[in-house]
Design a protein around this ligand. Structure first.
Ligand code: MOS
Length: 763
C-alpha cells in the first residue's frame, strides 16, 4: 500500500488502480472533441460585448469573405427552437435565456451568432470579422449595483422549498450570554474544467448523435429532443469520458440544440469547441453570496440561538439559488433557529451547480462564526463543536442515519498535532512567519437516486455491466467494476463497464455526490438477479426461501454481505444445469422513499433524488473535519499553507484510492476557494474580466505542499443497500473557513470576505 492507495480499514474495498488509468495515460481515452466526424463544419461562437440591450444590426460582409465560410447564423435566420424549461421547473436547461431567438441581450457573452466554416481557423477568423451594432443599456452587475431586485427564495424554485426555523430565535438571541453577529461574503467562481465546453453533432437521417461532455446523458438527450421537437429516442448522447465538470456539465446549455439545429439545416456534422473565455458564459458558475450569521450561546458553549441569512445572485431570467441553510440550520444542536435566503437578480448569466453548491459558501459563513464564538468563549473550537454535536437535527428532530463528526475531529486532531497549538492568536511564529492552526467541520448530504443496469455474466466468469453513469474523473468505472466483481464473486479484471452513453440503461445525473451510491446499488441488485437464477439452477427444488435469499444476499448491506459468503456459488455447474453460456439481467433500482413515478421520470431524464434532510423520517449526511496550518509573513503578508489535513467518514468506501483522490482534490480546491479563486467582475459592464487560466487563479503544486487524507471506518445500513455515502463533494466544504480560522489564529485578524489575498492582511 502507498500513500495514494491507503490500506483499507473495516468496511472498505480494495484500493485497486483505476479501470481507465491506462486509457487515460496513453491518450486512448476519447473525449467529445476527439470523436471523429465525417467532413464537419466547424462552429465558432460570436458572443455579446454588452450585458443588456439589443443588437441593432450585423455587418457580415467582411466575415463572409473569409475563404471556407459556410454559413453565419444569427437571430435573423436561426431556426426557432422550442423554449427550454429550467431544470428546477421540470425541464432540463441550465438557463431559460435562449440565444438567437431575438435581438434582445440579457447577459454579457450571450451567443449572438455562430459562424460555420470548413476549418476551425476560418470559422474563428470570420467570427472576429463579424461587426455588431448594439443599443446598450446600463447593466446591474452584483449586490452593490443599482437596479438589483431581491426577493425571498422561498416559492421561487422547487429546489428551495422553505426557510428552516424552529423555536424562538429573537428571544433566545436577546437573552444569550455570549453572542456573535457577523457578515461574510464569497465571490463568483467558474468551474474551468480542463476539458472545454465542446459539442459535436451528427445526423443520420432522423437520428442525432451528440458528443458532448455531460454529467447527465439522459437529461441532455431528453432536453435536446424537446427543443428540437423530436422523439428522445432519436437522440443519442455519447461521452465515455468527461474531462472535469464540477457541476458545469450537469444541465443542458443552449449550445447543444443550436448546434443540432444548424447541423440539420446544413446536412453536415457540426463541431464546436467553445473557447476558455466563452466558457465563462456558455455554461454556469458559482454565484457570489453574502451571509449574516447570528449565534447565541451559554457561557459553557451550548448554542441557544442560531440564525443564518443568505443572499445569492441570479440572472433576471431564472431563479437559481443553492440555499445552504438547509444544512447550516441542522448541523448543530440548537433549540432556537431561524433562517432566510434571498435571491438577488442582476444582469448576469444564470448561475448553477458547482462542487458542493450549498455547503461551500454557507459553511464558510457558519464555520467562521463558530470559530469566532469559540474565541469569545475562550474555548477550543473542537470542544465547541463537541458540546453542540447531536445525533438529531434540530429543525424536524429527525435522527441522523450515522454521524461520525467528532470521531473525525478526534482522529484529525491527533494526526495534525492540534494539541501543540497555543490557543492565543499571534502566539506561534517561526522567524518572519506567523503560524496559525485552524479547523472546521465539513459535511455533505448523502443523496441517492433511481438507476437501472444491465449485467451479463458468462460461464467463464467474464462480466459486462451497462449503465448510463458518468466518468467525470471520480472513478465511476472503477467502483462500478468493483461492485459487480464483489457481488458475482469474480476477479475485477474480468469486468467490463460501459457508461457515458444514453443508449445504456438510465442512471442519474453525476451530481450531488449520488453516483457511486446509486449506480453501485443498482448494479448490486441486478447482479443478485443473476445469482438468483444460478442459485435456482443448482437447487431447483428449493423455492427462494429466506435461506436462499440469505445466500444470495438480496438487499443486504456490505457488512452483512461479508458475513454471508463463506461458500461461493459454483458458477460453472449452475450454467451447465441451465444449459446456458450467458445470462443477462436488467433491473431498475430505486431508493427507499423515492416517489412512485421514479422510474418513468428516470427514463425521461428527470432525477428523483432523495437524501440529506429530505430522507423520509431520517436525515443522512457524511461528515469530516478539516485542519489547516497557515504561515503569514509579518512583513510581506504573503500567506502560505504548508499543511492541510482532512479526516472523513462516508459509510462504505468502495475504493480508498479513488476516495482519497476525491477528498484530496476537494481539500486543494478548498484552499483555492479561501486564497486564490475569484471571478473578477467589471462593475460597469457586468463582464467577467479574468476569463482565462492565466488570470483566474488556481493553486499550483508550490501552493499546496502537503495534503493528508484520513478515511475513518464507518457503517451505515440505512442510507442505501451499498451502505455508501457520496464523498465527491465532501472534501472542499469547510476548508475555506479552516484557512480563515488559521489566519485569525496566526494574525489576530478575522477576514470575512473571500478570497483572502495579501492586501487584506493588516497586521
Ligand atoms: Mo455537482 S456541483 O453536484 O456536479
Amino acid at each position: 500500500m502507498t500513500k495514494a492507495a491507503p490500506a483499507p480499514k473495516a468496511n472498505m474495498g480494495q484500493p485497486i488502480p483505476r479501470y481507465d488509468a491506462v486509457a487515460k495515460v496513453t491518450g486512448r481515452a476519447q473525449y467529445a472533441s476527439d470523436m471523429p466526424l465525417r467532413d464537419p463544419a466547424y462552429a465558432f461562437l460570436v458572443t455579446s460585448a454588452i450585458a443588456k440591450g439589443r443588437v441593432d444590426s450585423f455587418d457580415l460582409s467582411e466575415a463572409q469573405k473569409v475563404r471556407g465560410v459556410v454559413d453565419i447564423v444569427t437571430h435573423e435566420n436561426a431556426e426557432r427552437l422550442e423554449p427550454a424549461k429550467f431544470f428546477s421547473n421540470g425541464g432540463y436547461a441550465s438557463t431559460t435565456n435562449q440565444p438567437l431567438r431575438s435581438s434582445e441581450i440579457a447577459e454579457e457573452g450571450q451567443i449572438i451568432a455562430v459562424v460555420l466554416a470548413d476549418t476551425y481557423e476560418a470559422a474563428r477568423e470570420a467570427a472576429h470579422r463579424v461587426k455588431v451594432s448594439y443599443t446598450a443599456a446600463t447593466p446591474t452587475t452584483s449586490f452593490h449595483s443599482a437596479g438589483t431586485v431581491a426577493a425571498r427564495a422561498k416559492g421561487q424554485l422547487a429546489m428551495f422549498e422553505d426557510d428552516p426555523k424552529v423555536g424562538h430565535f429573537d428571544k433566545a438571541f436577546e437573552e444569550a450570554e455570549v453572542k456573535v453577529s457577523a457578515e461574510y461574503e464569497t465571490p463568483p467562481q467558474h468551474h474551468n474544467p480542463m476539458e472545454l465546453f465542446a459539442t459535436s453533432v451528427a445526423w443520420n437521417g432522423d437520428s442525432l448523435t451528440i458528443y458532448e461532455p455531460s454529467q447527465f446523458v439522459y437529461g441532455l438527450k431528453n432536453g435536446v429532443a424537446t427543443q428540437l421537437g423530436i422523439d428522445p429516442d432519436q437522440v443519442h448522447v455519447v461521452n465515455p469520458y468527461v474531462g472535469g465538470a464540477f457541476g458545469s456539465k450537469g444541465s443542458m446549455t443552449p449550445r447543444t440544440a443550436i448546434m443540432a439545429s444548424i447541423s440539420r439545416r446544413l446536412r453536415r456534422p457540426v463541431k464546436l469547441v467553445a473557447t476558455r473565455d466563452q466558457g465563462f458564459n456558455v455554461a454556469t458558475y458559482r454565484a457570489e453570496t453574502r451571509h449574516r450569521i447570528e449565534l447565541g450561546a451559554r457561557r459553557d458553549g451550548k448554542l441557544t440561538a442560531l440564525r443564518h441569512e443568505g443572499w445569492e445572485i441570479s440572472s433576471r431570467a431564472d431563479a437559481y439559488c443553492v440555499g445552504g441553510t438547509k444544512t447550516t440550520t441542522r448541523l448543530y444542536d440548537c433549540p432556537n433557529v431561524d433562517s432566510l435566503v434571498w435571491i438577488v437578480r442582476a444582469d448576469r448569466n444564470t448561475p448553477g451547480f458547482m462542487r458542493s453548491p450549498p455547503e461551500v459558501p454557507y459553511l464558510f459563513a457558519l464555520e467562521s462564526a463558530m470559530d469566532e464564538l469559540a474565541y469569545r468563549l475562550k474555548m477550543d473550537p473542537i470542544e465547541l463543536r463537541r458540546i453542540n454535536d447531536t445525533m438529531r437535527e434540530p429543525i424536524g428532530g429527525k435522527p441522523y442515519t450515522s454521524r461520525s463528526l467528532m470521531a473525525c475531529f478526534d482522529e484529525g486532531a491527533k494526526a495534525f498535532g492540534w494539541a501543540q497549538r497555543n490557543r492565543q492568536p499571534k502566539a506561534m511564529s517561526d522567524g518572519d512567519w506567523l503560524i496559525g492552526y485552524g479547523c472546521a467541520t465539513t459535511c455533505y448530504p448523502t443523496q441517492v437516486a433511481p438507476a437501472a443496469a444491465r449485467v451479463r455474466l458468462r460461464r467463464d466468469g467474464r462480466v459486462r455491466v451497462e449503465i448510463a453513469g458518468h466518468e467525470i474523473g471520480t472513478g465511476a468505472y472503477t467502483v462500478i467494476a468493483q461492485a459487480a466483481a464483489a457481488r458475482l464473486d469474480v476477479p475485477v479484471e474480468k469486468v467490463t463497464v460501459l457508461i457515458g452513453d444514453s443508449d445504456l440503461p438510465p442512471a442519474p445525473v453525476a451530481g450531488g455526490s449520488n453516483s457511486t451510491a446509486s449506480t453501485c446499488s443498482a448494479v448490486m441488485m441486478v447482479c443478485d438477479q443473476i445469482k438468483q437464477r444460478l442459485f435456482k439452477a443448482l437447487m431447483p427444488n428449493e423455492s427462494l426461501s429466506d435461506k436462499a435469499k440469505e445466500t444470495v444476499g438480496v438487499g443486504q448491506t456490505p457488512s452483512s454481505r461479508a458475513a454471508r459468503s463463506d461458500q461461493p456459488l459454483d458458477r460453472e455447474k449452475a450454467f451447465d444445469a441451465l444449459g446456458l453460456s450467458v445470462i443477462e439481467e436488467y433491473g431498475e433500482w430505486k431508493p427507499e422513499g423515492a416517489p412512485m413515478d421514479s422510474f418513468r421520470a428516470m427514463h425521461s431524464g428527470q432525477v428523483r433524488m432523495v437524501g440529506g434532510p429530505e430522507f423520509g423520517d431520517k436525515i443522512a449526511y457524511a461528515f469530516g473535519a478539516d485542519f489547516v496550518e497557515v504561515r503569514v509573513n509579518r512583513f510581506t503578508h504573503e500567506i502560505r499553507v504548508p499543511r492541510v489535513l482532512g479526516a472523513f467518514a462516508a459509510g462504505h468506501i468502495m475504493n480508498p484510492r479513488t476516495a482519497r483522490s476525491q477528498l484530496m482534490g476537494g481539500l486543494i480546491w478548498g484552499v483555492a476557494s479561501a486564497l486564490h479563486e475569484a471571478t473578477e467582475l467589471d462593475e460597469r459592464y457586468a463582464r467577467y474580466v479574468n476569463d482565462n487560466l492565466a488570470d483566474y487563479l488556481v493553486p499550483v503544486n508550490a501552493d499546496i505542499p502537503e495534503v493528508e487524507v484520513i478515511l475513518l471506518s464507518e457503517e451505515d445500513a440505512q442510507v442505501n443497500p451499498a451502505g455508501i455515502k457520496g464523498l465527491g463533494e465532501l472534501g472542499n466544504v469547510g476548508t475555506n473557513a479552516a484557512v480563515c480560522n488559521a489566519i485569525f489564529h496566526a494574525t489576530g485578524q478575522r477576514i470575512r470576505t473571500l478570497p483572502v489575498r495579501l492586501e487584506k492582511i493588516e497586521v
